[in-house]
Ligand binder design. Structure first.
Ligand code: ZN
Length: 139
């Protein structure tokens, strides 16, 4: 069995951002030379997510509005976590809803998606350095 571990780096210009990372992940799979296996992609921070969904700009705006209704950023003093001096309690909650990781099958060297599936990095407390782990295992 082969295994390859790599990282993607982000520093988004906005507090909330969605980045389609499908092509970057596919490139790392090609570099791994693994043809059959599993690809794990996970956010390494507790205020960002990795998830699979449709690359449709309206839907991405809908996610943002829906998450903001569920966990509004302000007023920041409504959250106990922010008593620590942080202002990112909403980002922790948004990350929990959108998930930590995606696991996608690798078949014949390619991400084996259903129709319209794409991998996204979801940022909820941006404008700082963040990392995503990509681990490919297989043969
Ligand atoms: Zn925090």
């Amino acid at each position: 069995m082969k295994s390859k571990t790599q990282y993607l780096y982000f520093n988004t210009k906005t507090r909330i951002a969605f980045v389609n990372i499908t092509d970057q992940v596919q490139k790392l799979i090609e570099e791994s030379k693994i043809k059959e296996g599993i690809c794990l992609v996970n956010a390494m921070h507790i205020t960002s997510s990795v998830f699979v969904n449709d690359n449709e700009s309206g839907l991405l705006k809908d996610f943002e509005k829906w998450l903001e209704r569920l966990a509004p950023h302000s007023p920041t003093n409504h959250y106990q976590h922010n008593n620590t001096g942080e202002d990112n309690a909403d980002a922790h909650l948004k990350r929990q809803v959108m998930g930590r990781e995606a696991v996608v099958a690798v078949t014949d060297g390619k991400l084996d998606f259903g129709p319209w599936e794409q991998i996204f990095y979801g940022e909820f407390d941006g404008r700082r350095n963040k990392r995503v782990l990509v681990k490919v295992i297989g043969e």
